[in-house]
Ligand binder design. Structure first.
Ligand SMILES: *[C@@H]1O[C@H](CO)[C@@H](O)[C@H](O)[C@H]1NC(C)=O
Ligand SMILES: *[C@@H]1O[C@H](CO)[C@@H](O)[C@H](O)[C@H]1NC(C)=O
Ligand SMILES: *[C@@H]1O[C@H](CO)[C@@H](O)[C@H](O)[C@H]1NC(C)=O
Ligand SMILES: *[C@@H]1O[C@H](CO)[C@@H](O)[C@H](O)[C@H]1NC(C)=O
Ligand SMILES: *[C@@H]1O[C@H](CO)[C@@H](O)[C@H](O)[C@H]1NC(C)=O
Ligand SMILES: *[C@@H]1O[C@H](CO)[C@@H](O)[C@H](O)[C@H]1NC(C)=O
Ligand SMILES: *[C@@H]1O[C@H](CO)[C@@H](O)[C@H](O)[C@H]1NC(C)=O
Length: 824
């Protein structure tokens, strides 16, 4: 806690120098001390002169009834921007004889000469028991962060701070309490008007009924709802002008969950704030000093269409239109046709055909959706259990599923949502959009219709896929002739592969669909091995006794379809001992199956993160896995004819065969580059937070160095047996990389090695483990150019005579939350 530390040192120095100082005590620049109140006209200024605190009046009017407040604003920007107001509900009307003072009872008070108290901090903390006179036992200071803190001088304890009493603005390092057993939730409350700091009708805060979303409220009515949270990282903004990021993230500390607003450390030149204005708009703003304006990086709601339930039940706001507009979900039509045309959407939509619910009902997938409000969160369900939960109850209209990566609230990171009533407040193409599965009823007594659909559907969908592929191809080739040949080759390979599938060519074996149905016991629940990006993976046994793993594309998943094709094309072309082998495939009507070799030991994460199984992987085995993954990745990057970036390398994508040799799997998200194309840019960031390199997660830049980063994370996980998202109180670190960096600074890297393998490790093996950590840290460096290539990694793992370069600081500052440990 460097911030706290330097502060208490400062406070002690202050205390020591006091009795001997000939300078009279006074409210110095950034300090407010007892007995020396602040009066109108003078201000406190933070040490770096960014913030100022004092009396102000927002109204520029010439009315005689001017209102005054004590607030904090930016000191040296021309546009007066108030970030905090103390007495917003109790304005000062007569400025003569008012002042702001720290009292002997450890309170900060605004009062007039008659002793009338207009505002106070209301500390119920007893006076610090010290040998000092009470008069100098507390001090209030305006910090560089914009936080006004009242501290006890005796022990530096924070008695009160303005960051705990947010008004309408969040500053970097500030938190908003979303859930706590004892303390009330915190909200940002907008000003009443542009010039009126009194509490207005709009506010921003968590949904009090569940911890999965936030709201902007208009009084007690929802005005705008956030997307339902999936990840602890709620939002991430990249300010290209400043080469800096801002983010909002969820944190879990004890029985408290809070949202923090922050920037990576070391990026302080930019002034940023999050604000709710009097009209109910939440914005994230950055100050552009050369233009003297606050630039909005983000604002919500952006359009009327994005306000709460604007499109009525079963309607959604289509954000792909230039001016977003309401539409009905497929299979639904407007309830009020005429109103719909003139822009009255409130009545929403209804089903075109109402049917009785049967167990044969299916679900239509809508992707990229902001899923509706009024859901039920069913705890502890797998994806298939969640489907069943909805399917088996006729009142259930829709469901959505996600695993709350890295959030782990209440120890259950599954997120099965079901809807029992109308679906309201949806948007498509939404930030953080996800799949929504809406019940469709089986059309009994209408079989002819079903048949034509069945005949037309494959044709339409193959046309669609063709169009998609051509589109992507065209997109990738914008002004890029170098990779054209490569893509034409891929296209040829793709059509050939498909033709082979259809013509039962012998080169690539096709298994009859029936065979696989038998082998997997009709895709029984008990044969499910896991859940992939676009469907389940089943275990099967062929008649000749051979074990197989079958990947089955979930019907209706367009994105899955693309990834499926990608995987066929890539994996048939890739032959390496450390890559999972595709044995065959099968396409039968809507069913698309990929058949892989079966790897009896499952995925790496089921070993290294499992307390009982991790000891099965001793150091030599772990080292074998590390070198295996490295050589598989090197093959992907360099040795195969094309350069390929895996993009989603992680422990759960590394499978282990009977000999514990690793096989890289899951190529659905991989991307191909021609040899002279070094890096790419993508709009669709896929991958897993924690494993994604900062430049990829934030800017969408991919290169082989993004895979090197993921490899580094994986390497650290294998050596330590800790997940990337592990926080460590002992080193105050936010994740595994941060933890490793702290240990490295302190020269205690050996503490990172998994305790369950340390015993029985020879000194040589221990050195090898340390060497691996070193290589891991080199691979996760923030600067992609500083990370090594896989060829170097493979060589350095193999040949211990190769000297490793020194680690340069800072290795890591990607997701560090500024100041999150310095605040009470
Ligand atoms: C000042 O007061 C006059 C008379 O009441 C009014 O017409 C004028 O608009 C006021 N100016 C401002 C800036 O409010
Ligand atoms: C403001 O307060 C001062 C001192 O208390 C008093 O003399 C003065 O009359 C007051 N002015 C108004 C407008 O109330
Ligand atoms: C304050 O300190 C004195 C002397 O150290 C002790 O006798 C007294 O009990 C303390 N009071 C409180 C309230 O802790
Ligand atoms: C806020 O709610 C009030 C009624 O409670 C309504 O009149 C007003 O239009 C709403 N404001 C917005 C921006 O929706
Ligand atoms: C403002 O600064 C940015 C980056 O520092 C620069 O790109 C831009 O041209 C500047 N604008 C003006 C008007 O000077
Ligand atoms: C979820 O399941 C686990 C193990 O089956 C159990 O320990 C835990 O209490 C369950 N959590 C909830 C919220 O039901
Ligand atoms: C369906 O869900 C509703 C709402 O949760 C519940 O009241 C009802 O009992 C459920 N019905 C069945 C058959 O499970």
């Amino acid at each position: 806690m460097p911030m706290m530390h330097s502060l208490s040192v400062y406070a002690i120095l202050l205390f020591l120098s006091w009795p001997f100082s000939s300078v009279p005590l006074c409210a110095s620049d950034h300090l407010l001390v007892p007995g020396k109140p602040l009066s109108p006209g003078s201000v406190l200024v933070s040490e770096d002169e960014v913030f100022a605190l004092g009396f102000f009046s927002p109204s520029s009017s010439n009315s005689t009834k001017k209102h005054y407040y004590v607030g904090i604003w930016y000191n040296d920007i021309p546009k007066c921007t108030v970030v905090w107001v103390s007495n917003r509900a109790a304005p000062i009307t007569n400025l003569s004889s008012v002042n702001l003072a720290v009292t002997s009872s450890s309170d900060i008070v605004i009062s007039d000469s008659n002793g009338r108290v207009l505002w106070r901090t209301n500390n119920n903390i007893n006076i610090i028991n010290s040998s000092l006179t009470t008069a100098i036992s507390v001090v209030a200071m305006l910090e560089n962060t914009g936080n006004f803190i009242l501290r006890s001088l005796a022990d530096g304890a924070i008695l009160w701070q303005s960051f705990d009493q947010p008004t309408d603005t969040l500053l970097p390092g500030m938190n908003l309490r979303l859930s706590h057993n004892m303390h009330p939730l915190q909200q940002l409350v907008a000003w009443k008007g542009q010039q009126d700091p009194a509490p207005g009708v709009f506010s921003y805060g968590a949904d009090p009924n569940n911890l999965l979303q936030s709201f902007i409220w208009n009084g007690s009515r929802p005005h705008r709802r956030s997307p339902v949270w999936i990840n602890y990282l709620l939002r991430l903004y990249y300010m290209d002008m400043f080469k800096s990021t801002i983010y909002m993230a969820l944190h879990h500390a004890g029985d408290e969950v809070y949202m923090s607003f922050g920037m990576p450390t070391g990026s302080f030149a930019v002034l940023v704030r999050m604000n709710i204005d009097y009209s109910g708009k939440v914005t994230v703003l950055s100050w552009e000093s050369n233009m003297s304006v606050w630039r909005a990086l983000y604002a919500e709601p952006e359009h009327e269409c994005n306000t709460y339930s604007y499109c009525g039940p079963y309607g959604y706001c289509d954000n792909t239109e230039i001016i977003p507009v309401c539409k009905c979900l497929d299979g639904f039509e407007p309830r009020d046709d005429k109103g719909w045309i003139v822009g009255r959407f409130l009545q929403g939509c209804r089903r075109k055909e109402v049917r009785r619910c049967t167990h044969g009902d299916g679900f239509l997938t809508f992707s990229g959706m902001k899923v509706p409000d009024k859901f039920l969160h069913v705890p502890n369900k797998s994806f298939d259990e969640c489907t069943e939960e909805c399917k088996s109850n006729c009142s259930c209209v829709a469901y959505a599923y996600s695993s709350m990566s890295n959030m782990d609230i209440d120890g259950d990171d599954t997120r099965c949502l079901v809807w029992m009533g109308d679906l309201i407040d949806m948007e498509n193409n939404a930030q953080g959009g996800e799949n929504l599965y809406v019940r469709t009823y089986v059309l009994q007594g209408n079989l002819r219709k079903v048949k034509t659909i069945k005949m037309v559907l494959p044709f339409v969908s193959s046309l669609l896929i063709f169009v998609c592929v051509v589109f992507i191809w065209a997109y990738v080739n914008r002004g890029n002739h170098a990779s054209k040949g490569v893509w034409q080759r891929i296209m040829r390979v793709y059509s050939r592969t498909c033709k082979e599938l259809v013509d039962s060519n012998t080169e690539f074996p096709i298994l009859r669909f029936r065979t696989i149905v038998v082998a997997t016991n009709n895709f029984s629940e008990s044969s499910i091995l896991g859940q992939g990006g676009f469907g389940n993976v089943y275990k099967g046994k062929l008649e000749d006794g051979k074990d197989i793993a079958v990947k089955r594309l979930r019907v209706g998943s367009v994105q899955g379809e693309m990834e499926f094709k990608n995987e066929i094309v890539l994996v048939t072309k890739l032959q390496h001992r450390n890559m999972v082998k595709l044995l065959a495939c099968s396409i039968h009507e809507d069913e698309k199956l990929l058949i892989y070799e079966y790897l009896p030991n499952g995925s790496l994460d089921s070993f290294i993160f499992n307390d009982t199984r991790k000891s099965l992987l001793n150091w030599p085995t772990r080292f074998k896995i590390i070198t295996g993954v490295a050589s598989g990745l090197l093959y992907l990057h360099q040795d195969s004819r094309l350069t390929m970036i895996h993009r989603d390398l992680k422990a759960s994508n590394i499978l282990l065969d009977a000999e514990m040799d690793p096989k890289i799997s899951d190529f659905g998200t991989a991307r191909i580059f021609s040899v002279n194309e070094k890096q790419g840019h993508t709009n669709r960031v896929v991958g897993t937070f924690g494993y994604m390199s900062p430049e990829y997660a934030m800017e969408g830049i991919i290169s082989v160095k993004s895979d090197v980063y993921s490899f580094g994370v994986l390497l650290l996980e294998i050596v330590s047996g800790l997940k990337i998202c592990t926080t460590s109180p002992s080193t105050h670190s936010h994740n595994l990389i941060d933890h490793a960096c702290s240990l490295q600074r302190d020269g205690m890297l050996s503490n990172l090695v998994d305790p369950s393998i340390i015993e029985g490790c020879s000194p040589d093996e221990a050195d090898e483990a340390l060497r691996c950590i070193h290589i891991g840290l080199l691979s996760v460096q923030n600067n992609p150019n500083a990370r090594p290539l896989m060829s170097w990694v493979v060589e350095s793992l193999d040949n211990k005579a190769i000297k490793l370069p020194q680690l340069k600081e800072p290795i890591y500052f990607g997701y560090q939350i500024y100041g999150s440990d310095g605040l009470g």
